[in-house]
Ligand binder design. Structure first.
Ligand code: G3P
Length: 227
């Protein structure tokens, strides 16, 4: 499963990319509104941290297909290859996705609350579809089940489109979808940090440290002893 950071805080992105096997960053207008500074400069900084190979997702703002296509061309022109344009999975969005597919611009059908939205975005030519797991839960439906059903539909219809599960509240939701074989997940930094947040793990690491200090001295490493 590919793992993306769902955030636009450049120092957090730098920290997480340094520590974890991260495949890229996803943004949307709300995420960009939470960080200080001009959104275009922020996106350029994120691209610089990611380098050319990791993927950066940026959402088109207009609500009509022609406007979405115009935003998509501008976004990809600015941020280069491996930039994917998020397009809301609504009728004008399906039209934009189809046009962009013909131009060779990769898209992600976003704002997905229902399997039919995902099916139509994928059929129109989206490379990814992004169901909002936690927001679906909050509507009284089962976000995990909806996401799994979307995966099944894409597989059944042999659509070349990957599920990019989004909107997570906790690491258990991510694990459940990872075990199901979902292609990608995007998570806020706090959810990523919670993947390996466990007193038993910390305790085991500290025990190894103190046991070795007893025989070699505080802070001594293997490299120190080998010389
Ligand atoms: O990528 C979509 C995501 O940002 C929505 O997440 O936490 O606002 O429901 P959330």
């Amino acid at each position: 499963m590919k793992l993306y950071i769902d955030d636009a805080n450049v120092s957090e992105i730098r920290r997480l990319v340094d520590l974890y096997p991260i495949d890229g960053v996803t943004t949307n207008p709300s995420i960009l509104s939470k960080v200080k500074g001009d959104p275009i400069e922020v996106l350029k900084e994120i691209r610089a941290v990611l380098g050319e190979e990791k993927e950066l997702f940026v959402q088109a703002i207009p609500t009509d297909a022609e406007g979405m296509v115009g935003d998509a061309r501008a976004i990809v022109g600015l941020l280069g290859k491996n930039t994917i344009v998020k397009i809301p999975s609504v009728p004008e969005g399906f039209k934009a996705i189809r046009i962009l597919k013909e131009e060779g611009i990769q898209t992600c059908g976003t704002v997905v609350y229902t399997p039919m939205q995902a099916y139509l975005a994928a059929k129109a030519g989206a490379s990814y579809v992004a169901p909002y797991v936690n927001r679906i839960d909050n509507m009284g439906y089962d976000g995990i089940a909806v996401t799994e059903q979307i995966q099944d539909i894409l597989t059944m219809h042999d659509l070349p489109c990957e599920v990019l599960a989004a909107s997570f509240k906790n690491s258990q939701q991510v694990l459940t979808l990872c075990a199901y074989g979902i292609g990608s997940a995007t998570c806020a930094p706090a959810v990523i940090d919670a993947f390996v947040k466990n007193l038993a793990i910390d305790g085991a690491v500290n025990d190894f440290l103190s046991d070795f200090a007893k025989i070699a001295g505080e802070g001594t490493t293997m490299a120190d002893l080998i010389g």
